[in-house]
Design a protein around this ligand. Structure first.
Ligand code: URP
Ligand code: ZN
Ligand code: ZN
Length: 550
């Protein structure tokens, strides 16, 4: 059994590290109560704040490129040393975690969440507190959520609003993608300012949700061109919104009102067509493309082919798409079927999760998100008579890491290093957080998970930490359990016990031009421009310009 060991021998002026953990009583800022009477006030300096120090002993440190048996020493939230038999001095005030027979991995980065999202007439159950608390319980130490303005509204105001919601509540670090839901010169100006002043380096464009968020091809062309100019990542929700709308009308007219109508109206073609179109537009303007929530074989094949052709495209499957499937839409229990409604839908072909996992293992797909966007049964019931009104979204932020371990590593498709790549490192590289995030190395943020590959847990809504009443992975037994989660050097979760404070997470700025993505893009810009063919001017006869008919 993994144990936390506290070395609490106090040295002079060094109270135990516990004393300044947020959930434990803080040392009083001024020590007047204990100051001897008559002693001069100016000499009674408050004792220096003790350093937050943590040693993780005896584990195997797993990065995306190698695994080594090593201890990890952390001070003030930053990794100071990685090596064998570390023995940092002094021993007082040091928290020691025993990781014998465990893996020590970079904290997970969930590239796709919607916490506290006002959507389809309601707001998601999980807010930035419950959502990030559940995240750390599952071994995720950073989320990237989406600020989504209504059409015609300010992107900066949306960003500020989402940040205002997140800052007082987050229990781990976070960042924000921003959605471009309309197009104008003002949108362009605001995108620039978000990049330069607010640390945003990714924008999501919707090809679905007609009349709500959807962009036309002309707007997509303009938005992707500008994303490239700014050095950002263009993300697309790839579904053909016009086809969905026509399909839905037809199905409702046929009397199909239940959740199976959602799956039928969002057919695989609808996703594949939009994925292909997005890749074509992105490639035309030399913009790196990140296809969010890749749900079908056809869409994944489009991405695989594009990557094989050398295009700068990344695909993000989600935990639910790897762990369950769309046969659930035909469940006779309406609430069960509705709980799985999301867009694009889970694939109705039950062999799809395995297919997507193979592509993820082989680097055809790049990172795993969740699209965590939770609604309870009463909220889903807004669409009880019309599947188009069922709020779209499901859970994943807590279970993502375990689902990927179970279906990816335990199944033998990927090794522990690829697991780290797809759950953390690749996201950090693509969104320019690396190597502060996504790696355990000297100088990196101490976002670390002690992972027990042998332990198992059974996922259930009865025991999960998310706010909704349904879990799409209900009953799944997963090997791979986070024993302890460390966020910026603080043990925030350990053996089922939380030590989190709302608002302790930080907003993380992401500079533009991530080298992992843009080195190639910039080089192409320089060397892949079309050049005119040198030829002698045409010297022959030119036909007379036809005159206008009389
Ligand atoms: O069903 C989904 N995906 N809900 C959240 C909104 C989005 O498209 O990501
Ligand atoms: Zn989407
Ligand atoms: Zn989403």
């Amino acid at each position: 059994m993994h144990r936390i060991v506290k070395v609490n021998r106090k040295g002079p002026g060094r109270p135990s590290q516990r004393a300044h953990d947020s959930s434990f009583p803080k040392p009083s800022p001024s020590s007047t109560a204990s100051r001897p009477r008559g002693s001069p006030r100016s000499r009674a300096r408050p004792p220096p704040m003790p350093k937050q120090r943590l040693l993780i002993k005896g584990g195997r440190v797993v990065n995306d490129d190698q695994s080594v048996e090593a201890d990890v020493y952390v001070e003030e939230g930053v990794v100071q040393e990685v090596g064998p038999n570390l023995n940092p001095k002094p021993p007082s005030g040091l928290t020691v975690l025993d990781a014998t027979n465990k893996l020590v991995i970079p904290g997970g980065i969930d590239t796709h969440t919607h916490l506290q999202f006002p959507f389809m007439g309601t707001t998601t159950k999980d807010d930035f507190y419950t959502g990030t608390k559940a995240a750390v319980a599952g071994g995720t130490t950073m989320i990237i959520d989406f600020a989504i303005p209504q059409k015609g509204c300010s992107l900066i105001e949306a960003f500020d609003k989402w940040k205002g919601w997140a800052d007082p509540k987050v229990c781990c670090d976070y960042a924000l993608h921003v959605a471009v839901t309309w197009w104008s010169d003002k949108v362009k100006e605001e995108m620039k300012s978000l990049v330069q002043d607010k640390g945003v380096n990714s924008f999501k464009m919707f090809m679905a949700y007609k009349d709500l968020y959807m962009l036309s091809d002309e707007e997509l062309y303009a938005a992707l061109s500008y994303c490239k100019e700014l050095g950002t990542i263009a993300q697309v929700h790839a579904e053909n919104g016009e086809l969905i709308s026509q399909n839905a009308k037809k199905l409702l007219a046929m009397g199909i009102t239940g959740p199976e109508g959602h799956a039928l109206s969002h057919s695989e073609d609808v996703e594949a067509e939009a994925t292909h179109r997005a890749i074509a537009i992105a490639n035309t303007v030399n913009c790196p493309l990140f296809v969010v929530h890749v749900m079908s074989k056809s869409s994944a094949r489009m991405i695989t082919n594009a990557r094989n052709e050398g295009k700068v495209v990344y695909g993000e499957p989600i935990a639910a798409g790897l762990g369950t499937d769309g046969t659930n839409y035909w469940n006779e229990d309406w609430a069960h079927a509705a709980a799985h409604v999301m867009s694009p839908p889970l694939s109705s072909d039950p062999s799809t999760p395995d297919f997507l996992m193979n592509l993820l293992a082989n680097d055809d797909l790049s990172v795993v998100g969740t699209d965590n966007c939770t609604f309870d049964t009463c909220q889903k019931a807004l669409g009880k008579d019309d599947f188009t009104k069922i709020p779209n979204g499901l859970n994943g932020v807590e279970d993502r890491m375990s689902v990927v371990w179970e279906k990816g590593v335990y199944s033998g498709k990927m090794d522990e290093n690829r697991f780290v790549a797809v759950t953390s490192t690749n996201a950090a590289k693509i969104f320019n957080l690396y190597p502060k995030k996504g790696r355990i190395a000297v100088g990196s943020d101490a976002d670390i998970v002690i992972w027990d590959p042998e332990a198992t847990r059974t996922i259930s809504a009865k025991t999960h930490h998310q706010a909704n009443n349904f879990n799409v992975f209900e009953g799944m037994v997963c090997h791979g359990v986070p024993v302890a989660t460390i966020s910026r050097g603080k043990v925030v979760y350990h053996d089922g016990v939380f030590n989190v404070t709302a608002g302790q997470g930080k907003y993380v700025s992401r500079p533009p031009f991530p080298p992992y993505v843009y080195e190639r893009v910039k080089q192409r810009e320089e060397v892949c421009q079309p050049i005119p063919v040198k030829r002698e001017p045409y010297a022959g006869v030119v036909s007379a310009t036809p005159s206008a008919p009389r």
